[in-house]
Design a protein around this ligand. Structure first.
Ligand code: KIV
Length: 284
């Protein structure tokens, strides 16, 4: 655990909400990044199935399995013992039945020491959310642009721009809250819709591209640091171009090896003369 940090709990998150203190949340998929996020003091880390796109290079999140998610969640927990860890339920890990949903959620808790899980959808998954929460597993809801349904939603685009769509999302938020979720993530809904849900909600609302009137903010790590080569969404704020730093370094490495500038004396290891003499004799 990073110095000065204490474990983030549900109490911490609700206290922040009560005090009007913004909750900080980022996606995280691996040990070193989790380590840095632990040092930086992030409240919530989401092991998102977006790793299917950002880490594995698929065009959608659909190919991601529970086994893949568990391996990444375990790595993130090793890097950040104190953040509130959310395991993202991948495609078909909760849709088929309530039992499937409880078993998948349980795996995040038992095998990866997650604190909670997240699932996509509103009214249609409220029974899953209720069942999982009833088993003592905190559930985060996810509304608006829900990537597992991107095809049905017309692609990766803003959701809830029409009054009818917005009313549906507001109803979904109420259904999730009634089902016992501890928080709701709103992805790419108009800021006014987010504000309306925030005003009506008694659980923390986290905004991803949904404006400032929420209890917390989420970004996708790879978007913040130029690490997703296909595109950077408008909603992201870019904090550095790590992708360019890495590319420059890789080009330099190719040049250094090609020109025999690498390795230098400090990059290799020696052997005592006596041992080398002995080896030479052994080889004769
Ligand atoms: O998988 C993920 O990272 C997510 C975010 C896009 C909210 O679900």
């Amino acid at each position: 655990m990073a110095e000065g940090r204490t474990k983030v709990s549900l109490g911490t998150l609700f206290e922040k909400m009560g005090n009007g203190e913004p909750i900080t949340m980022l996606t995280c998929y691996d040990y070193p990044t989790a380590y840095f996020m632990e040092q930086a003091g992030l409240d919530i880390l989401l092991v998102g199935d977006s790793l299917g796109m950002t880490i594995l290079g698929y065009d959608t999140t659909l190919p991601v399995t529970m086994d893949i998610m568990i391996a990444h969640a375990q790595a993130v927990r090793r890097g950040s013992p104190s953040a509130w860890l959310v395991g993202d339920m991948p495609y078909m890990s909760y849709q088929p039945s309530i039992e499937t949903a409880i078993r998948s959620a349980g795996r995040f808790m038992a095998e990866a020491s997650c604190d909670s899980i997240k699932l996509e959808g509103g009214v249609e998954v409220a029974d899953r959310a209720y069942a999982i929460a009833s088993m003592g597993i905190p559930v985060m809801g996810h509304l608006g642009l829900t990537p597992q349904s991107a095809t049905a939603l017309g692609g990766f685009r803003v959701q809830g721009r029409s009054a009818a769509q917005a009313k549906k999302i507001i109803g979904d938020a109420k259904a999730l809250e009634d089902a016992g979720v501890f928080a709701i993530l709103l992805e790419m809904v108009p800021a006014r819709v987010c504000k309306t849900i925030h005003e009506r909600s008694s659980v923390p609302i986290i905004s991803l591209g949904s404006g400032p009137d929420a209890d917390g903010q989420l970004l996708i790590f790879h978007d913040m640091f130029g690490l997703y080569p296909k595109f950077t969404p408008r909603m992201a704020r870019v904090y550095g171009d790590a992708g360019q730093v890495i590319l420059d370094g890789l080009k330099q490495y190719v040049e250094d090896v090609t020109s025999r500038d690498f390795p230098q004396r400090e990059n290799w290891f020696t052997m005592r003369n006596s041992a080398f003499k002995e080896l030479t004799e052994l080889l004769e």
